[in-house]
Design a protein around this ligand. Structure first.
Ligand code: PLP
Length: 400
């Protein structure tokens, strides 16, 4: 009898492991490596939030809490949704988990049956399809091309929906493209969903606060209140408050779904860390100036990277509306040979040669379901980004 489950066999190992492992090996050999693959803010958690975490320890908040979140935090989350998104939820409609990731996982595990389909626009965050597979569902990938702003159209959504569709997963602004759906674009999708009452919406709003220029963030239940009874609005403190390691995410939706997710959590992890819940409470209720400061820094870095990459022959880098990623195309580089003798057959070959020959680690597009592209995370200093763009430009100039 095989040790490992058949469910696990459905899941692919992360395609990013190879490149991350190679970057680590080269760094261990003493090579000067620039890693642009991390999906987290490079800032420290703001001081008042750190202090709230320390105070929680000293106040003895170090025991089990209610499985899906302390009441004070649930109330603060309701206030956040009212204040920032115009959405009214009661604490019974809120669940708190170990990162947004657990919220997504709970929702899919609690709702999918074999054969259920989940529509996922590509490029997607790497975990969506594999979580769907783990939960026994079938991912239905819809490609959002660069020329369409990396957004799927209402027609594409309409064509992807079948009687078996259970969820649409939306992520705006997106990891890996930074593309966002403004109110008009979102309404195009919500209009389609209103015609298909059996389809639920899982909206991953984790990059809500990282939006640039005049882009205004919207979430589906706000644009179309008629969808609220079949929407799970997911968010968290990881990206907005530089709290990736604290592991707090939350979801808001109909009580039946929220209860089912809590049941699952009660038999798996139980409550998210008590200390982190108090820190998250301080993040949501305390001063919000960090949110604007970091947003402005990320916007400046986005401009720097987009400009730097568009100077690289053969690379086309669109301007994202949010998050901290760019997702340039390398279509014009396919078939060329690098100075080190590697033929750029696809985006994985590009990323591998770029790392070997320049020391810059990026994630290739196939990992996110749309090629030939690569993803850069610009959550690092201007100096590092300038150096990385120079190295990428020299690499591209050396291709024949
Ligand atoms: N959703 C997206 C699109 C992400 O990029 C990430 C983290 O990289 C997450 C969810 C998970 O965030 P959390 O730290 O809240 O689990």
């Amino acid at each position: 009898m095989s040790l490992l489950s058949q469910t696990l066999a459905r899941v692919k190992p992360s395609p990013t492991i190879a490149i991350t492992g190679r970057a680590r090996e080269l760094a261990a050999e003493g090579r000067d490596i620039i890693s642009l693959s991390a999906g987290e803010p490079d800032f420290d958690t703001p001081e008042h939030i750190r202090e709230a975490g320390k105070a929680a320890i000293d106040a003895g908040h170090t025991r089990y809490t209610a499985v899906d979140g302390i009441p004070e935090l649930k109330r603060a989350i309701c206030d956040k949704f009212r204040r920032e998104n115009g959405l009214d939820y009661t604490p019974a409609q809120i669940t708190v988990g170990t990162g947004g990731k657990q919220i997504l996982y709970n929702a899919l595990m609690a709702t999918l049956n074999p054969g259920d389909e989940v529509v996922i626009p590509a490029p997607y965050w790497v975990s969506y399809p594999d979580m769907v597979l783990l939960a026994g569902g079938t991912p239905v990938v819809v490609e959002a091309e660069m020329q369409n702003g990396y957004r799927i159209s209402p027609e594409q959504l309409e064509a992807a929906i079948t009687p078996k569709t259970k969820w649409l997963i939306l992520n705006s602004p997106s990891n890996p493209t930074g593309a966002g759906y403004d109110e008009d674009a979102m309404r195009g999708l919500t209009d389609v969903l209103m015609r298909h009452p059996h389809v639920w919406v899982l909206t991953d709003d984790i990059y809500e606060h990282l939006v640039f220029d005049d882009f205004r963030f919207v979430t589906p239940a706000q644009v179309e209140p008629g969808l609220k009874d079949r929407t799970l609005t997911m968010n968290g403190v990881s990206k907005s408050y530089a709290m990736t390691g604290w592991r707090i995410g939350y979801g808001a939706g109909p009580v039946e779904l929220i209860k089912a997710m809590g049941k699952l959590q009660s038999q798996s992890t139980s409550n998210p860390t008590s200390i982190s819940q108090f820190a998250a409470l301080a993040a949501l209720e305390g001063p919000q100036d960090y949110v604007e400061t970091s947003r402005a820094v990320f916007q400046r870095r986005r401009d720097l990277v987009v400009e730097g990459l568009n100077k690289c022959p053969g690379i086309v880098c669109p301007m994202p509306q949010g998050a901290f990623y760019v997702y340039p195309s390398i279509r014009d580089l396919i078939g060329k040979t690098s100075a080190g003798g590697t033929v750029i057959t696809d985006d994985e070959a590009f990323a591998t040669a770029l790392l070997d020959e320049t020391g810059v680690a990026v994630v290739f597009g196939a990992a996110f379901g749309l090629s030939p592209h690569f993803r850069i995370s610009y959550a690092t200093s201007d100096e590092v980004l300038t150096d990385a763009c120079d190295r990428i430009r020299r690499f591209c100039e050396g291709l024949v």
